[in-house]
Structures are given as C-alpha cells and as structure tokens.
Design a protein around this ligand. Structure first.
Ligand SMILES: NC(=O)c1ccc[n+]([C@@H]2O[C@H](COP(=O)([O-])OP(=O)(O)OC[C@H]3O[C@@H](n4cnc5c(N)ncnc54)[C@H](O)[C@@H]3O)[C@@H](O)[C@H]2O)c1
Length: 327
C-alpha cells in the first residue's frame, strides 16, 4: 500500500514511517520542517505546509494514496495556552485539507490523552467524556469529531489513537534515531540531556505537593516503537474494512516525575540537577491509560515500554547524537 505519513520527519512520525517501510508499505512523507529533521527519514519527502489546501490538493491529484497516517501538528500544551489561534489553525486546517483532498482514504490520526482533561479516575478509558483543559487538547478533540463525522457520512474510515507520553528511541535503531525537539520540553529527554551534561539549565519539577505517593505528577510513558507498531496495525485494521474507532495507547502503568529522574540517574550514572517549582496550570496529577480496547481491537500491547528500556534506548540515542539530528 502507498501510505502518506504527515509529520514523518518528526519524532513519532519518522519512527512509524521506518516501521511501515519495513512492513513493505510504500511510504511518502510530507513535512514542513517546522519541527522535523531531514535526517530523521531517508525515503521520499515532500516539503509542504499542510495548512495550504491548494498545495495539498495538487499533491493529491498526482499521488494515489491508500492510507494516511497524520502526525503533523503543534504539540506543546503551554504554548497552546498563550497562542490558541495558532493551535486551532495548525491542528485543524491540515486535517480538513487532507480530508478534502483525499476523500474516502482511510485515516489514522495522532490524538492524545490531553483530550480527556482532568478526569477523576485511576485509569482513563475511551468511554470517558472528552473535556480538554487546554487549546492543544481541544484541537485534537475537534479533529477527532471531524473524522467521526466524515466516517458517519461514509467518506472514509478512521482510527484516532490517543497517545499517552511518548518516550524512548527507535527500538530498532536507537543509536541512529531518537527524539530531537528544540527546545526540548519533554521530561525524559530533558533529564537525560541534563545527566549527560548537554543541558546546563536546572530541571524543574512542577509541583511536589500533588496527592500522589511522592507528591509529583504521574504519567504513563509509552515507547515510541510501541506507538509505531500500533499504527501499522491500525492501517491493517482499516484496510481490512473494520470499523472506525478511538483507542488509547499507553501501558496502564504510571511513573512519578521523581521515579523518572531516578531511572535517568541510574542510566547516566549522574546525579541530576533539579529543583521544585510551582504546579503548572492544566497539569492533572495523574494520567494513566486503560489500554484494554487497543488490545481487543488491534491485538496491540506495549512490548518495548519498560521504563528501563525507554530510558536506555533514549540514553543511547543522546550519547551517540549529542546535538540530535544535525540536518
Ligand atoms: N510526543 C508525545 O508525547 C505525544 C503525545 C500525544 C500525542 N502526540 C501527537 O503525536 C504527533 C507527533 O508528535 P511528535 O512528538 O512526533 O511531534 P514532532 O513535533 O516531533 O513532529 C511533528 C512533525 O510535524 C511537522 N509539521 C507540523 N506542522 C506541519 C504542517 N502544517 N505541515 C507539515 N508538517 C508539519 C513538524 O515539522 C514535525 O516534523 C502530534 O500530532 C502530537 O500532537 C504526541
């Protein structure tokens, strides 16, 4: 199958593009390089801003595509709080344009646990109402609704995959590929960069007074290669004519910020430099997935997501590529 991977030069997109290519799909990537890196993907690339309907339509006229895996988005919660319009445009316009240009084409969508908001439950499952507390989560929830409306109108099936916290480096190429955001906002890479002496800035732990065992926030970390595998299965599901739905992708096991810092200290053999900081607006105390439905629907479960494997693959990537991707 010829698969369009948008945002395929980004972190999760490039990991998935490589796995799709390994699974004998013909992969074409679109990326505007706003965050992506040329070195992340060495197959076919079209540089394009997906907010431009004219360009997306022209591309569609000359490219027959069997399936779309759509990663391209802006994905910083804090930034979305201060630049909401930017997020609505960045995260909705590409979905609308792709739906417009590729009528009927099966669509796998990168969604997020941020669509749930702050539900007061130990494990989040897909039956919960969506109640996003920041513009980022709201744009993703709106895009899911658009895809659901499109499917209801028989204009294309979809799977929306709600990731929890992506982490780790490509399990099959950890020394060559990994996470590179600039600036890096995610906890695990920031902690590793700090441990390896590549980030001088002191780490901040946002809130040490949450109602959790050690007072710090708990998140569910899912290895990027597990996410990639779920996307391959998601496309197979849609190509088999199975129904559209929404699935959580997580492990069902949460780790506190302090547990993460401890794991990074063990892997880097360095004491990390961190300080307690006030809680951030919109940060729930605990977000952990119930991923039962992903197993039932796709037969998927996390295989690479032990904390040790997540941290070790990421450390290998950062050690071997201290500047990240250089192209
Ligand atoms: N990283 C996480 O923990 C996480 C968690 C939940 C959901 N997600 C979602 O997963 C997806 C991928 O996340 P990531 O961490 O790999 O992000 P990333 O920033 O590394 O990748 C996004 C890619 O999309 C490209 N892009 C952005 N806007 C574009 C546009 N208008 N046209 C073309 N290309 C564009 C960027 O250049 C980048 O290469 C996003 O949709 C994000 O919301 C990520």
């Amino acid at each position: 199958m010829r698969i369009l991977v948008t945002g395929g030069c980004g972190y999760i997109g490039s990991t998935t593009a490589r796995l799709l290519a390994k699974s004998d799909h013909d992969v074409v990537v679109i990326d505007d390089f706003s965050e992506g890196h040329r070195g992340a993907w060495d197959g076919e690339i079209h540089q394009m801003d997906l907010r431009d309907l004219g360009k997306v339509s022209t591309f569609a006229e000359s490219n027959a595509i069997d399936g779309i895996v759509h990663f391209a988005a802006r994905a910083y919660v804090g930034e979305s709080m201060v630049q909401p319009l930017r997020y609505w445009r960045a995260n909705l316009a590409p979905v609308m344009n792709l739906c417009d240009a590729f009528a009927g084409v099966p669509f796998v969508f990168s969604s997020t646990c941020a669509t749930y908001g702050e539900p007061d439950v130990a494990r989040l499952d897909e039956s919960l109402d969506l109640n996003p507390v920041n513009p980022y989560g709201a744009t993703k929830a709106a895009a899911e609704r658009l895809l659901s409306d499109r499917a209801d109108a028989d204009q294309g099936a979809y799977l929306a995959l709600r990731y929890f916290n992506a982490a780790g480096a490509d399990a099959f190429a950890a020394g060559q590929h990994g996470e590179h955001h600039d600036p890096e906002n995610h906890l695990i890479p920031r902690a590793i960069l700090n441990g390896l002496g590549l980030l001088q800035e002191e780490l901040q732990v946002f809130g040490t007074d949450w109602s959790t065992a050690d007072g710090t926030c708990i998140r569910d970390y899912i290895h990027v290669s597990d996410l990639a595998e779920a996307h391959v299965l998601a496309l197979d599901h849609l190509f088999d004519g199975k129904p559209s739905t929404v699935l959580n992708l997580g492990t069902g096991r949460g780790y506190s910020v302090l547990e993460i810092l401890g794991a990074v200290e063990a892997a880097t053999e360095q004491k990390l430099n961190w300080k307690a900081a006030p809680r951030r607006a919109g940060d729930p105390a605990e977000l952990v997935a119930d991923a039962t439905r992903a197993f039932e629907v796709l037969g998927w479960q996390a295989e690479h997501s032990s904390l040790q494997n997540i941290v070790e693959t990421a450390v290998t990537w950062h050690r071997q590529n201290p500047q990240g991707y250089t192209s």
